[in-house]
Design a protein around this ligand. Structure first.
Ligand SMILES: [Zn+2]
Ligand SMILES: [Zn+2]
Length: 239
């Protein structure tokens, strides 16, 4: 296995059957794969279709603590949420109390979330302005919260990749290379390298069989010479 852990995976706690398996089923599979760590990261509560129910944040935390303390598995389980970026000022859909329960805070933009930074008309008629708003929202978010990972930047909405990645580097936030949502031009891939940011590779698995599946990401890394020493979850055997 080229990676030591997968930090972006969804479970049944993402509403409406968005993902297929329970936390325990995901853990058993990751353990069989031989991963050191598995990060659970269901959608933030303001995602209109798939958001985690607020009461399930506590339930997930308890289950993860129980699994870790049972010592039944070698894989360490980490509790995260893929929070939604919902404000131009960088606001996300978790409060401080909810954030304090997490091991990892992931932040991503999703059009299905209640949000006010994406405008269909602006992105068609004034795409530059839309990119500026999006980029500033990410930068504000990084200044407001202690974000562990920015998920799939530049996928659902466009950003200035160099600016966002440079800001992430400043805060020690990881830029995700997502196996399902990898949307960078050649220039943007070069900007990622130039920014000096660190990376994390993730599957964004919505079923256990997809955990640590990274074929698209691995191709991307090779094509654009992403330095392996800047990827935090590549096994040192490969570095
Ligand atoms: Zn996402
Ligand atoms: Zn996701």
């Amino acid at each position: 296995m080229i990676v030591t852990g997968d930090y972006h995976t969804h479970t049944k706690y993402s509403k409406n059957l968005h993902a297929k398996h329970t936390i325990l089923q995901m853990v058993e599979f990751a353990d069989d794969l031989g991963l050191n760590s598995l990060g659970i990261s269901d959608h933030g509560p303001k995602h209109l279709f798939f958001g985690i129910k607020k009461s399930n944040i506590d339930k997930a935390r308890q289950q993860i603590d129980q699994i870790n303390s049972s010592k039944k598995y070698n894989v360490k389980v980490l509790m995260g949420i893929e929070a939604n970026l919902i404000g131009k000022d960088g606001t996300i859909d978790l409060n401080q109390e909810q954030i304090s329960k997490l091991d990892n805070l992931l932040v991503g933009f999703h059009k299905g979330a209640k949000n006010n930074i994406y405008s269909f008309f602006r992105s068609i008629f004034n795409p530059k302005k839309q990119i500026e708003i999006n980029t500033n929202a990410y930068i504000n978010c990084l200044n407001k919260y202690n974000v562990t990972i920015l998920t799939h930047i530049n996928d659902y909405i466009k950003v200035d990749v160099f600016k966002v990645a440079s800001e992430a580097k400043k805060h020690g936030t990881l830029i995700e290379l997502n196996n399902k949502h990898l949307n960078f031009t050649k220039e943007q891939a070069e900007d990622l390298v130039k920014s000096g940011c660190n990376f994390i590779l993730s599957s964004d698995a919505h079923k256990k069989q997809s955990i640590a599946r990274l074929e698209n990401v691995l191709k991307f890394i090779e094509t654009y010479n992403i330095p392996l020493e800047r990827i935090v979850n590549v096994d040192k055997l490969f570095k």
